[in-house]
Write a protein that binds this ligand. Structure first.
Ligand code: NAD
Length: 253
């Protein structure tokens, strides 16, 4: 494979689900703009070098890459992240708004500060990434794919769930508005996936005496690659008629 399928920007791609999506999209022939917080620049640089060599993805496609570190909950930073990616790689065809945080705080102990932080990093960041990606895609005039990170339908993580349901709402509204431009908008809503994020929240769940199996129908924890394969489908030609959806990959109660 020598011809690029387009440019994908993946936020929060230094580890976990974002990293697996980057590897899969490189295999599928996309050039990649890799984002995470500025503190993870070196990790991203090593990862990008490995992707360019084709090592991580074991792919015949050697993607062009660029690193765009920033905090995706800040408007000016998201705007310049997209401009930088487009300047470096020529276009933006797929936006994966994956970056997010988690936390197990219940109603009785949640603070306004904690609530606001969760909504900003998970919800506001999705709004900003969707908005500025859509502006760029509309300008290009050849459609596009926008994909966000929601979460399982029910979860004991109160502010986290609220922020992830905001992602679903933004996804549905944006899908309605952007269909006329040939842009599809979906989000993934997986059950528990084995990533650094979950190692932290699982120990919190265990402390509360809850069972992980209770809200994971398969009884097994998924792998980042399981989400990446669903995302790859949503970026494919076959998925051009799927929009406004937040499919749950692992059936949850
Ligand atoms: P993770 O913590 O392993 O990785 C998230 C990455 O996002 C990290 O590298 C982190 O540095 C980055 N990030 C955090 N805040 C950022 C910010 N403001 N700006 C830029 N980057 C930032 O998490 P993960 O498990 O890979 O999750 C990825 C996404 O999938 C998240 O949005 C998460 O809520 C969602 N999700 C995860 C699971 C799961 O079980 N792991 C389940 C459902 C949904």
């Amino acid at each position: 494979m020598s011809q690029s399928k387009g440019v994908a920007l993946i936020t929060g791609s230094a580890q976990g689900i974002g990293r697996a999506i980057a590897i899969r999209l490189a295999q599928d022939g996309f050039d990649l703009a890799l984002n995470d917080l500025p503190g993870k620049k070196e990790v991203l640089e090593d990862f990008a070098a490995e992707l360019r060599r084709g090592g991580e993805s074991e792919s015949s496609y050697h993607p062009r890459t660029c690193i765009v570190t920033c905090d995706v909950s800040k408007e000016d930073e998201v705007k310049s992240m997209i401009d930088t990616a487009v300047d470096a790689l020529g276009s933006l065809d797929v936006m994966i708004a994956n970056a997010g945080i988690s936390g197990m705080v219940d109603l009785l102990s949640e603070t306004l500060e904690g609530w606001d932080r969760m909504m900003k990093i998970n919800g506001t960041s999705a709004f900003l990434c969707y908005k500025y990606a859509a502006i760029q895609m509309v300008k290009q005039g050849r459609g596009g794919r926008i994909i966000g990170a929601s979460s399982m339908p029910q979860s004991p993580l109160m502010s986290y769930s609220a922020s992830k349901f905001a992602v679903r709402a933004i996804t549905q509204a944006a899908a309605l508005q952007l269909g006329q431009y040939g842009i599809t908008v979906n989000s993934y809503a997986p059950g528990i996936i084995a990533t650094p994020m979950v190692v932290a929240s699982k120990s919190q769940i265990a402390k509360r005496g809850d069972k992980v199996d209770y809200f994971q129908k398969s009884g097994t924890v998924g792998q980042p690659e399981d989400v990446a394969s669903a995302v790859a489908y949503l970026t494919s030609k076959e998925a051009h008629f799927i929009t406004g959806k937040s499919p749950s990959h692992e059936g949850c109660v």
